[in-house]
Ligand binder design. Structure first.
Ligand SMILES: CC(=O)N[C@H]1[C@@H](OP(=O)(O)OP(=O)(O)OC[C@H]2O[C@@H](n3ccc(=O)[nH]c3=O)[C@H](O)[C@@H]2O)O[C@H](CO)[C@@H](O)[C@@H]1O
Ligand SMILES: C=C(OP(=O)(O)O)C(=O)O
Length: 434
């Protein structure tokens, strides 16, 4: 079993480079299935386990995929198969993002039902509502969702009940090759949506309005592979910004785009953190004393749910009482128990938590309950007394490249170790973990 061991108490100092965004590259790789001619060359791709998983999904569907030197090359010009089995979808929910592209290109897609996960039930009804509005018939059974259309999908008007990121992306991909115009309303405005639309437009697509609440997609007959570079990962950037603040450090987060991080910058500044826009990124200087704040997660440009647990670590060290309200996922407080093991004073009240700070965090053995929780526990470990050991690193590896090495390069006392499996229950856990 692998663990990250952090010894708290060091101020972080220096420069750290942000990778390409996980949440941008996964839909972009899925969208490369839309190209029936030429290769797609995607650069600035992070070496994350999720990227390996989506590449495997595409290979399973019949595309040629090469991943080397942060570049993914996809040739999807051959005939594709249309089924994404459970072994991929269980590893990574974003596998459902191939559905829109397959349906648009082949008129058929069969994808395993994603099932529940650590942060909530995460249904895909809004994705399916969009496909149905475009003329697809949907069948659910035997653990699969099957979507089918006779001929081409037809452009339609679709109103999302909630601005779901995945539904917006899946429907954009389906509509890109549909007959006629699709008008998508109440859509997600995340920077990753804009990256996907830019990518498809460069392939020959006609998408307008990405980044606003309404997107218009005029379907085209074919799309071609092109070169595209992935935007920087705002959540990885935000995680390093919190690392600087929580240690009272001074770190330049190279590649961070201020416009993608406005809500986080605003909240951190309210807490007394100094944030300076520099040519190459954001420089973050932690204060002697952090102030408490309240925050609520919301769809972009609101505060990102993917930064909620990292901010919880920071607020544990702030002076006063803070409240975090999670409105995006119904069950994204699994890390609270782990923070309590580190002496965190946190109370859950429905969809909110009340944090009483500052506490002197204590090192403990804790488990990453999802990928951002894994990062957040390591952040807490950076300022805790003694050793913090973080397990279940498979979650962390989904979203962070060389996290411990990057933190070590700016002064953290941190290492990743492999420990012998000694007990029977450890062995069982290792076999059953995916
Ligand atoms: C790969 C990727 O990009 N993942 C991100 C994406 O996930 P993902 O695309 O899965 O998130 P969504 O925006 O779709 O989900 C937000 C909320 O809407 C609900 N919902 C969603 C779809 C649907 O058909 N029905 C429904 O009820 C979900 O259960 C959840 O409560 O956006 C989330 C919200 O910013 C981020 O936390 C994830 O990191
Ligand atoms: C929840 C996340 O990702 P995913 O949607 O891939 O599970 C995340 O990036 O924090």
């Amino acid at each position: 079993m692998e663990k990250i061991i952090v010894r708290g108490g060091r101020r972080l100092n220096g420069t750290v480079q942000v990778e390409g965004a996980k949440n941008a590259v996964l839909p972009v790789i899925a969208a490369s299935l839309l190209a029936s001619e030429d290769k797609s060359i995607i650069s600035n791709v992070p070496t994350l386990s999720d990227v390996y998983t989506i590449n495997e999904v595409l290979r399973h569907l019949g595309a040629d995929v090469h991943f080397e030197n942060n570049q993914v090359i996809v040739d999807a010009s051959k005939e594709l198969s249309t089924e994404a089995p459970f072994e991929y979808v269980r590893k990574m929910r974003a596998s459902v993002l191939v559905m829109g592209a397959l349906l648009a290109r082949n008129g058929h897609a069969r994808v395993a039902l994603p099932g529940g996960c650590a942060i909530g039930s995460r249904p895909i009804d809004q994705h399916l509502k969009g496909f149905e509005a475009m003329g697809a018939s949907i069948k659910v059974g035997n653990g699969f969702i099957e979507a089918e259309v006779n001929g081409r999908l037809k452009g339609a008007k679709v109103y999302l009940d909630f601005p779901s990121v995945g539904a917006t992306e899946n429907i954009i991909m389906a509509a890109a090759l549909a007959e006629g115009t699709t008008v998508l309303e109440n859509v997600a405005k995340e920077p990753e949506i804009v990256d996907l639309a830019n990518y498809i437009n460069a392939m020959g697509g006609k998408i307008r309005g990405a980044g606003t609440g309404t997107i218009r997609i005029e379907g085209v007959e074919t799309l071609k592979g092109i070169n595209h570079s992935i935007i920087p990962d705002r959540i990885e950037a935000g995680t390093f910004m919190v690392a600087a603040a929580i240690t009272g450090g001074d770190v330049l987060v190279k590649g961070a785009i201020p416009e993608h991080l406005t809500s986080l910058v605003a909240k951190m500044e309210e807490m007394g953190v100094k944030i300076v826009e520099e040519q190459e990124g954001l420089r973050v200087i932690g204060p002697e004393k952090l102030k408490s704040v309240d925050l609520k997660t919301m769809p972009h440009p609101g505060f990102p749910t993917d930064m909620q647990s990292q901010m919880m670590a920071l607020l544990l060290c702030a002076n006063g009482t803070s409240m975090i309200t999670e409105t995006v996922f119904e069950n994204r407080f699994m890390h609270v128990e782990e923070f309590r093991r580190m002496n965190g004073d946190i109370k859950i009240e429905g969809r909110s938590v009340i944090i009483n700070g500052p506490v002197k965090l204590q090192g403990a053995e804790v488990a990453a309950t999802d990928l951002r929780a894994g990062a957040a526990l390591i952040l807490a470990g950076l300022c805790a007394e003694g050793h913090t050991r973080v397990t279940e690193l498979k979650h962390l590896d989904r979203g962070y490249v060389n996290f411990h090495e990057k933190l070590a390069s700016i002064g953290a006392d941190i290492e990743r170790v492999k420990e012998e499996i000694t007990t029977k229950s450890d062995q069982q856990a290792a076999v059953s973990s995916d």
